[in-house]
Design a protein around this ligand. Structure first.
Ligand SMILES: O=P(O)(O)O[C@H]1O[C@H](CO)[C@@H](O)[C@H]1O
Ligand SMILES: Nc1nc2[nH]cnc2c(=O)[nH]1
Length: 295
């Protein structure tokens, strides 16, 4: 792939609208909920029925996926009874895309009609109580890249998307978090693996040093990854209701005596092993969104 370091600003309203129109002219699905499949979590898109799918390289102005475990297509369809659109593959800063370009598809989701966003990811555990295979519902995040001056909303603000300044205190909708906990509680074996915590995004693609892991622990981070935060900021900016969770694929190396066992392909495999439960959790949360919208 040609190296593609964009300017920090990407995706005018007109461009996003052009993409949305392109898609809506080619599918009859009118999605209410956007779902972003994390590394190894593409199975979510495979649950959809009445599918219309679009490879990223066929959609005008769309970036392409370059990471293993990210298939690279946008899938419209129904999850249960609810019309949704899934990103089967997301974009990361370390691929050479600006944060604005990484999260531009969220604005597309909004303009095709989505009111809700569900973001999923593979993440390393900083919290020593966690185990590989746990599912951490994201209660909050720390935008470490934002502390360093990098944010998807940099540059001129277009009020048609949302306001210049944005509150983030309830970025992750407490009601959906509570629905997810109730749903999970009714699923066999989920209580043992369900967590709720703080996610932090770093630029990557390298994993953390021991000193960085320890610093993140002091900061109150439970799990660390290289995605999601900029997508949630973009979604909140355009008024979407958000829910997100991390699949814990590895323990971060917190001591010099430990062997570092970080391997992206193994992380993708953890996703495959948990496929059934993750699909069920998301399907039930989406059903609750469908129910709340129809009442
Ligand atoms: O966040 P997702 O896309 O799930 O991917 C996670 O897995 C990759 C590292 O193995 C990184 O891209 C990290 O962000
Ligand atoms: N930064 C980071 N991203 C991840 N994605 C999956 N595991 C990890 C990890 O340990 N660190």
């Amino acid at each position: 792939m040609e190296f593609d370091r964009d300017t920090i600003v990407y995706g005018s309203y007109e461009m996003v609208q052009e993409i949305a129109t392109y898609l809506l002219e080619r599918t009859g699905i009118r999605p209410r909920c956007g779902i972003i499949c994390g590394s190894g979590l593409g199975c979510l898109a495979d649950q959809l029925t009445e599918v219309d799918s679009f490879d990223y390289d066929t959609i005008p102005h769309f970036p392409v996926s370059t990471v293993a475990g990210h298939r690279g297509r946008l899938v419209f369809g129904r999850l249960g009874d609810v019309p949704v659109v899934c990103m089967q593959g997301r974009f990361h800063y370390y691929e050479g895309y600006s944060l604005a370009k990484c999260s531009m598809p969220v604005r597309v989701m909004r303009l095709v009609g989505c009111t809700h966003l569900i973001a999923t990811n593979a993440a390393g555990a900083i919290n020593s109580q966690y185990r590989v295979g746990d599912i951490m519902l994201i209660r909050d995040h720390i935008n470490l890249m934002g502390f360093a001056g990098n944010c998807p909303l940099l540059g001129p603000n277009d009020d048609r998307f949302g306001p210049r300044f944005l509150g983030m205190a309830k970025a992750y909708e407490p009601e959906l978090l509570s629905v997810a906990k109730q749903v999970a509680h009714r699923m066999p074996g989920m209580d043992e693996i369900l967590r709720e915590g703080v996610y932090c995004c770093v630029g990557g693609p390298n994993f953390e040093t021991v000193a960085e892991g320890r610093l993140l622990e002091l900061l109150g981070v439970d799990a660390i990854g290289m995605s999601t935060v900029h997508e949630i900021i973009t979604a909140r900016h355009c008024g979407m209701t958000c829910f997100a969770f991390s699949l814990i694929t590895n323990m971060c190396t917190m001591s010099y005596d430990e062997e570092e066992e970080h391997c992206h392909e193994t992380f993708v495999d953890v996703g495959r092993q948990l496929e059934g439960r993750i699909c069920e959790l998301v399907t039930r949360v989406v059903a609750s969104i469908g129910d709340s919208e129809s009442t």
